[in-house]
Design a protein around this ligand. Structure first.
Ligand code: DGL
Length: 265
């Protein structure tokens, strides 16, 4: 029994780390589409082709369930993947709904960070118009953050400058929650936490995604056992060192006590 995790790069590891915490009795196959990362600045048509090809490779390798651990890929290809394959498939979307619910009592605004492509797609517009009755959601694309993350740029000073410049036009007192709507972004949660005022909560959809995975596995009768927390890594680009990079990044994430600050989802 093996669960596949798919992302354009190392971002999906933030979701895999959560899955390993909750399902240490499963094995995992992690696929990064390193030939085409980043997705968030490319065309929808191109990215769809990349996703279908990489996921096809994962299917050939043998998986029993799939987590599309990428908000951008989910927006573009989740429907088609579900049409093509009959195994359980879990996708991701920015945690806008719970953020709006959490904020309704405070009257503060919600700021969603995601890739340009996620924020441009109809799925995101549909989500926001469905849940944001009072118009409190703002969206900020952070395309550079995926580049920083892929090059393991975690220098506090450099990243603080980047975030300060991006947030310069926002009155942070008006905001109660920042949603990390790209799976690469939780790598910067600690840096953001130090930078942002205390009243701003930082949320992502990782815990919610793994809970949906658990529910789906139960429904398909594959809830327990079948593995031992083994992770096999693959990437489309075959760059020397990328597998090591993924292993290092996952070890870093697993060392952290608590990747997700709030767990309402
Ligand atoms: N990690 C991905 C996401 O959640 C996409 C990053 C990218 O390739 O631009 O949206």
């Amino acid at each position: 029994m093996r669960i596949g995790f798919f992302d354009s790069g190392i971002g999906g590891l933030t979701v895999l780390a959560e899955a390993l915490r909750r399902h240490p009795d499963k094995d995992f196959l992690y696929m990064a589409d390193t030939l085409h990362v980043p997705y968030g600045t490319k065309s929808k048509e191109d990215v769809k082709g990349y996703i279908l090809e990489a996921v096809g490779t994962m299917m050939n390798e043998g998986i029993d369930a799939l987590v599309v651990a990428c908000n951008t890929a989910t927006s573009i290809a989740i429907t088609e993947l579900r049409e093509r394959y009959s195994l359980p498939i879990v996708g991701m979307e920015p945690a806008v709904k719970p953020a709006v619910e959490m904020n309704s009592a405070t009257g503060k605004r919600v700021l969603v960070f995601a890739t340009p492509l996620t924020l441009q797609l109809p799925k995101y517009y549909a989500l926001v118009s469905r849940v944001d009755d009072t118009g409190i959601v703002d969206s900020l694309p952070l395309p550079e953050l995926v580049h920083y993350c892929e090059s393991l740029q975690f220098d506090k000073q450099i990243m603080n400058e980047y975030f300060r410049a991006k947030l310069a036009g926002y009155e942070l007192n008006d905001y109660g929650i920042i949603v990390l709507g790209c799976t690469h972004y939780p790598f910067y949660k600690d840096i953001l936490r130090e930078l942002l005022p205390d009243h701003i909560a930082i949320v992502d959809g990782n815990v919610g995604t793994v809970k949906r995975l658990s529910a789906l596995l139960s429904r398909y009768g594959i809830a327990r056992g079948g593995g031992s927390g083994n992770v096999q890594f693959m990437c489309t680009g075959n760059e020397p060192g990328y597998i090591d990079k993924m292993q290092t990044a996952l070890a870093y994430l697993r060392e952290k006590d608590n990747l997700t600050e709030t767990e309402p989802f």
